[in-house]
Design a binder for this molecule. Structure first.
Ligand code: B16
Ligand code: MG
Length: 212
């Protein structure tokens, strides 16, 4: 039976993917090329520096390590500026109700995000207090698809992998959950999240009883 639920942040709790995309796109445009929404799909769940490498390879641009760090820092400044407009109303539909339901049924909640901005974002949508543990990009030595992010979460909560369910919108995140030996629930399109154990379109039509 499920004792803990581990949630990805971007694309599951809040739609920050659109802000990541805007900020990356500005960086690409600045370097003289563009990135499509389809190419942006490849960046979901991937760390900031790895995302930068993918973007540079799309544009065929070569930078020094120093330039890369400066560009990544600039992207993050722009991203955080865009995130400033976020309010609790930006929480994706049904998420808050679902978490309340889990809480009242004594299911433990964890965050498993590649983002180094996770705490800031959770604060701005007033969701930080729901979580019994936070695993974010600041704690990770290996990013998704490595299982580390969800393994650390389960360890913090003292729950075995077989009792954990993971909610993820990214292919890399589903792979990470499966590699950790957990039940992987994709949030999005079944055609994209083919490796998930179950795919849901969102939380509006999903409740605690569906977990069993
Ligand atoms: P940051 P998640 C991921 O968050 C995003 O999906 C990905 O697009 C982003 O590059 C990554 O966080 C790092 O974010 O630049 O804020 O550290 O989906 O794992 O919650
Ligand atoms: Mg995500």
């Amino acid at each position: 039976s499920i004792k803990a639920c581990l949630f990805d942040l971007d694309g599951v709790i809040v739609d920050t993917a659109k802000y990541h995309y805007l900020a990356w796109r500005e960086l690409a445009n600045d370097l003289g090329f563009d990135i499509s929404l389809e190419q942006n799909e490849r960046l979901k769940g991937i760390s900031r520096m790895e995302s930068l490498e993918i973007i540079l390879s799309i544009g065929g641009v070569v930078l020094t390590e120093e330039e890369k760090l400066a560009r990544a820092a600039e992207k993050n400044r722009r991203y955080l500026e865009l995130c400033k407009q976020m309010t609790p109303g930006d929480t994706l539909p049904g998420v808050r109700r679902f978490m309340e339901e889990l809480k009242s049924n004594r299911i433990l909640l964890g965050l498993g995000s590649a983002s180094k901005n996770a705490t800031v974002i959770l604060n701005s949508i007033d969701m930080l207090h729901y979580f019994d543990t936070i695993v974010d990009g600041n704690r990770l030595t290996r990013g998704k698809p490595d299982p580390q992010v969800f393994q650390l979460g389960a360890e913090d909560l003292g729950v075995g992998a077989e009792h954990c369910a993971v909610f993820e919108d990214a292919v890399a995140g589903i792979q990470s959950a499966k590699a950790a030996g957990m039940f992987a629930i994709g949030v999005g399109a079944p055609s994209v999240l083919t490796e998930a154990d179950l795919v849901i379109p969102g939380f509006e039509t999903f409740s605690y009883t569906d977990l069993h």
